[in-house]
Write a protein that binds this ligand. Structure first.
Ligand code: S3P
Length: 429
């Protein structure tokens, strides 16, 4: 069990890169495995979550090698090339692995059991199991099929029109992957748009897919063509450094080559509304995904209201947004974010409790937070709850706290961002 101890910082300066996008990395392996032919995947996120997807696919017989430059060479043989796994598929802590693999396996010729760690096996799976069953899938699990371990016996599926109540890219992606091989058309409509990386990559690889705000539709008319994939930097990892620049006096940080897909980068819009100076430059497109360099300067922030359609576009950044709001002038209200209860931990309870230990004025509500900004936080002993995003958010809070902050079980940052502390330290030199 590793603890991290941090003290306040100022003058964080530098140009950094962050690891490849975690969401896109999962998708690159899964879609390259479903395609026919060789793919080279560069700037892959070698985070624990993505390694869970890699290991599941290897257990299904997918061949891949990693070269000296950390480029993955994968030989896709299509779904029919998968072989039945002789043991459970271990999804670790990764909801994306479990939900997306379930969508793939539901239409296969295989029997498989998906399980994860104690945190993942607590998370709701009914939201993906139920719509897959509507397509004809055979899935069983604990608590009436709503919790992992989940057993799936692949079968033929029929396309369906799904209307999902809670925006979720994991659920939507599972349904689109099932739809990719199902008879007829499959569509997914959401109340607000969730991240669209699956759609973008399916389009890039030649699938018959259409998508727009809150609506995606796929058919099995066209298979996937293997192509090389270069993964952009992870906006969710960059987010810690954007907020670090804002809360550590006299800082200026540039993050290069980072994904700024609108369905992910909602935090930039909120920080700008809070008065932050965020400069997005050198915009370009990389394999159907928008990428840019993003620079953020230290400066005063003011409280804002955040809710509605933007929530799915910054859902993973809300813990670090709580840190920015705790140091802003005035009140910030975050609402419509009840989904945070069901992440790697209950992030509403966790962030409210842990930031309060550091002197923040933060009150949890059923669907978010009410935060009154304070001038300075104070160092404390805080608990990561084994949740990578809670751990890294508390580390950023520590930069603006008087005295020492010690964060427990800090090794959980490896779930999405191995090397996080090294990058942070490089800005202090
Ligand atoms: C993800 C989707 C989001 C996000 C998660 C990654 C993905 O989850 O919170 O970290 O890669 O599709 P939901 O689909 O549950 O909203």
């Amino acid at each position: 069990m590793m603890e991290a101890t941090l003290t306040s910082a100022k003058n964080l300066k530098g140009v950094i890169t962050v690891p490849g996008d975690k969401s896109i990395s999962h998708r690159s392996l899964i879609l390259a495995s479903l395609a026919h032919g060789r793919s080279r995947i560069a700037n892959f996120s070698f985070s624990k979550d993505c390694l869970s997807t890699m290991n599941c696919l290897r257990s299904l017989g997918v061949e891949m090698e990693i070269d000296a430059d950390k480029v993955i060479h994968l030989v896709g043989k299509g779904l029919e090339g998968f072989r039945e796994p002789s043991d459970i598929l271990d999804c670790g802590n990764s909801g994306t692995t479990m939900r997306m693999m379930l969508g793939v396996l539901a239409r296969s010729h295989l029997f498989a059991v998906l399980s994860g760690d104690r945190f993942l096996n607590r998370r709701p799976m009914g939201r993906v199991v139920e719509p897959l069953k509507k397509m004809g899938a055979h899935i069983w699990g604990r608590e009436g099929g709503t919790k992992a371990p989940l057993a799936v016996k692949g079968t033929r599926l029929r396309g369906c029109d799904h209307r999902i109540e809670i925006p979720s890219a994991q659920v939507k992606s599972a349904l689109l992957l099932a739809g990719l091989q199902a008879k007829g058309e499959t569509s997914v409509t959401e109340p607000f748009p969730s991240r669209d990386h699956t759609e973008r990559m399916l389009e890039y690889l030649g699938a018959d897919i259409q998508y727009g705000d809150s609506y995606s539709r796929i058919s099995s008319a066209r298979g996937l063509q293997a192509k090389d994939i270069q993964i952009p930097g992870d906006f969710s990892s960059a987010a810690y450094f954007l907020v670090a620049a804002l809360v550590a006096r006299s800082s200026e940080i540039t993050i290069r080559d980072v994904g700024i897909n609108k369905t992910r980068a909602g935090l930039v819009e909120v920080l700008e509304r809070m008065g932050a100076d965020v400069v997005v430059s050198d915009r370009r497109i990389l394999n159907n995904e928008p990428v840019a360099d993003v620079t953020c300067h230290w400066g005063a922030l003011k409280g804002v209201e955040v809710g509605g359609e933007i929530i799915p576009r910054l859902i993973d950044e809300i813990p670090v947004l709580c840190v920015a709001a705790s140091l802003a002038e005035g009140r910030t209200v975050i609402k419509d974010a009840g989904e945070l209860h069901y992440k790697e931990c209950d992030r509403i309870e966790a962030m409210a409790t842990e930031l309060a230990k550091m002197g923040a004025h933060i009150v949890p509500t059923p669907d978010g937070f009410i935060i009154e900004g304070v001038e300075r936080l104070r160092g404390a002993r805080v608990d990561s709850r084994f949740d990578h995003r809670v751990a890294m958010s508390l580390a950023i809070a520590a930069l603006a706290a008087e005295g020492e902050t010690t964060i427990s079980n800090f090794e959980c940052v490896d779930i999405s961002f191995p090397g996080f502390l090294d990058v942070l330290r490089s800005l202090m030199e």
